[in-house]
Ligand binder design. Structure first.
Ligand code: ZN
Ligand code: ZN
Length: 675
């Protein structure tokens, strides 16, 4: 960030494990406890057997794996045949508590209410009806194993079924598995399948490709496991945040992300905040021998309920996002009422990637509303993810990554900033080195032209006398408004493109060339420097280094001081009538450069054309008739295309728009040429 020239307050770096920050985390936890939102409950969690901790749904990645689907027959207790279930995890048959069928499934209508015998453990379980059973999967009958599957857990809870678990925290079979205890699940699977074969209850096995959850950090397959965890009820705390988004007091950009963020809050599940890790913020919870829970901060000496001094602190730590959620106010000293908190809360803009809207952004909003009574920021910009040039994700392991420091070393920080802004979009974008090269071209051009203008000193005062001077001031004013508008929408790519056209084409190629013959006049130089001054103000947010350097060359002891603290310019509102004064000259130049044909111009236009285009350098004279004919063909082609309703209706809007612009340009050129 320093190399990019981000002007952050580097003296105030914060880390969520700083002492003051720990204080905030503990106090916030106790606050939630006092609100009555924290509870402990058995839930089916995503368990990573490698990390031996629960992880949130958002940290689970889904990968396709090839498994075997085992079809096993469960005989009816009454001897009336059997029912077949399909499973990818035969070992979990030992923890079955029911077989469920869809109530609409004709095949099993008579089975509902009967009992079947679970293989291997030979336990009797009921056949129940539940519409969550998919008709199309396997045989249509589902073994219900609430201890090891999320859907089964929900079905089991609604039918009042028990939740035996036979897989331990290490991912192996536990003592509930009886003779299979201590085995890996794969060994358990093999033993159960062998049993089915011997008892002629194995119908078939077939290969099966399906998606399973894996830990996003270690890629170990996730074990859905029943585990006692701490939770934060979310319905109440989310309400003010939902309100804030609905009323657009917080706005996500682009709009589609606003809808996603709002929906995520409306459907927010309770938050599993405890983690079984050794690193992190330990929960401020203490248990006495009688099982009372004391939640206070600072640490207590005795149980709040019975006074026992034999307290043991809960070993679990908090989900890392718990402390991150407090960032906007904890970094400013909360719970102390510090001057910083008064001055800097709430903030305004938060910039982030879309993958952490639920993990982080939404949580900062509700925690801020809860303890500060105010939203933490008004706008959230969701930026694009930059992909490698070939469209793959940038990653170290794929070797597709790119070190921004290398890019900065090669092209400079300003060019890198320019290029990244030009690439920015509401979609994912491929890295385009060309955009950064373009930035370097712009910086070089501006630097060279500025050196020319600054070769002789003058006071930057705007006193335009000629057409090109009024025109460039009008252009700068128009671009100022366009850039301001684009930035208000956080729409960065178009803003750097209009700046490029203004600076590279209009200022450097046209204006500077047009005044070159008169640069000896101090009035001309004064106006040029005044125009350059405004240009630097506009470009500074994009290219802070080169603009500051040029600025310093004619503002050594200026009361305006350094560019970085200069005010964004107000609209000048002058010379707007001359905004299009160069249209004809520029068209004439386009025609001349393409065909060598000279369009008839008079007065100022002729003088500017002569100074900028320097037609005397052309080697041959153009053929005006041929150029006229060519333009007529182009105009006709464009008119035909735009008259084609199918094209206008089906082509992308920007393609149609480009055609319209092209046609308008050809028409203008045709007018100019035919006089
Ligand atoms: Zn893991
Ligand atoms: Zn107690």
């Amino acid at each position: 960030f320093r190399r990019l020239g981000a002007s952050m307050d580097y003296g105030r770096e914060r880390f969520t494990m700083d002492d003051a920050y720990i204080e905030a985390v503990m106090r916030f936890f106790v606050h939630l406890w006092e609100r009555g939102w924290l509870y402990r409950a058995n839930r089916l969690v995503n368990w990573c057997p490698f990390h031996e901790t629960s992880i949130s749904d958002l940290e689970v990645e889904h990968v396709d794996v090839d498994d075997a689907l085992t079809y096993a027959r469960y005989p009816f207790v009454d001897g009336s045949g059997s029912l077949t279930i399909a499973t990818v995890r035969p070992a979990t048959i030992l923890a079955d508590v029911a077989v469920a069928v869809n109530p609409d499934d004709e095949r099993y209508r008579d089975a509902i209410g009967k009992e079947v015998i679970v293989p291997f453990v030979e336990r009797r379980v009921p056949v129940i009806a539940d519409e969550r059973v998919e008709l199309g999967f396997g045989s249509g009958a589902l073994k219900v194993t609430p201890g090891h599957d999320a859907v089964d857990f929900a079905i089991g809870a609604d039918h009042g079924l028990p939740t035996p678990t036979l897989i331990g925290a290490d991912g192996r079979m536990n003592e509930t598995a009886g003779e299979l205890a201590g085995l890996t699940q794969q060994e358990g699977d093999e033993r159960v399948v062998a049993w089915l074969k011997v008892h002629d209850q194995l119908e078939k096995r077939e290969s099966y490709r399906h998606s399973v959850g894996a830990c996003s950090r270690c890629h170990t397959r996730i074990e859905p496991l029943i585990s006692l965890q701490w939770w934060c009820a979310m319905e109440q705390p989310a309400r003010p945040a939902i309100q804030a988004l609905r009323e657009r007091r917080v706005r996500y950009h682009p709009e589609s992300q606003q809808r996603f963020a709002l929906r995520s809050l409306e459907e927010i599940p309770d938050w599993n905040i405890s983690r079984q890790l050794w690193w992190g913020h330990q929960q401020p919870l203490w248990y006495c021998p009688d099982g009372h829970v004391t939640c206070v901060w600072p640490p207590p000496d005795a149980c709040r309920e019975c006074g026992s001094a034999e307290l043991e602190r809960d070993p679990d730590v908090l989900d890392t996002w718990f402390s991150s959620a407090l960032w906007p106010f904890a970094t400013l000293g909360w719970p102390e009422q510090t001057p910083e908190l008064g001055r800097y809360y709430p903030g305004n803009v938060n910039v982030t990637g879309r993958d952490i809207i639920r993990l982080w952004e939404n949580r900062m909003i509700w925690t801020g509303l809860e303890v500060m009574g105010e939203i933490p920021f008004t706008d959230v910009i969701i930026h694009s993810t930059i992909l490698a040039a070939d469209g793959r994700r940038m990653s170290k392991s794929l070797g597709t990554g790119l070190d921004p420091l290398d890019v900065i070393a090669k092209y400079g920080a300003d060019a890198t900033r320019y290029g990244l802004l030009k690439m920015s979009s509401t979609q994912d974008v491929r890295f385009a080195e060309g955009a950064i090269e373009e930035g370097r071209k712009l910086a070089n051009k501006l630097w060279n032209v500025s050196r020319l203008l600054l070769s002789k000193r003058a006071e930057p005062v705007s006193r335009p006398q000629s057409l090109e001077e009024r025109w460039i001031l009008a252009r700068i004013d128009a671009v100022r408004a366009e850039v301001e508008e684009a930035w208000a929408q956080f729409d960065f790519s178009p803003s750097v493109q209009v700046l490029y056209r203004l600076i590279f084409d209009d200022f450097c190629d046209w204006y500077a060339e047009a005044i070159k013959p008169r640069l000896g006049e101090s009035e001309v130089r004064a106006t040029a420097l005044a125009a350059l001054e405004r240009l630097l103000l506009l470009l500074h947010p994009v290219m802070p280094h080169v603009t500051e350097e040029i600025w310093s060359q004619f503002h050594v002891d200026s009361p305006l001081g350094r560019l970085i603290v200069a005010e964004w310019p107000e609209a000048a509102g002058t010379h707007a009538a001359d905004l299009h004064a160069f249209d004809r000259v520029q068209e004439a130049a386009a025609i001349f450069r393409r065909s060598g044909v000279v369009v008839e111009l008079e007065d100022d236009e002729l003088r500017i054309f002569a100074a900028v285009v320097r037609p005397e350098r052309a080697k041959t004279n153009g053929n005006a008739e041929a150029e006229l004919a060519r333009l007529r063909v182009e105009v006709e082609r464009g008119e035909r295309m735009l008259a084609n309703e199918k094209f206008v209706a089906n082509a992308k809007p920007d393609v149609v728009e480009a055609e319209r612009e092209k046609l308008a340009r050809y028409r203008r050129e045709l007018d100019a040429l035919s006089g």
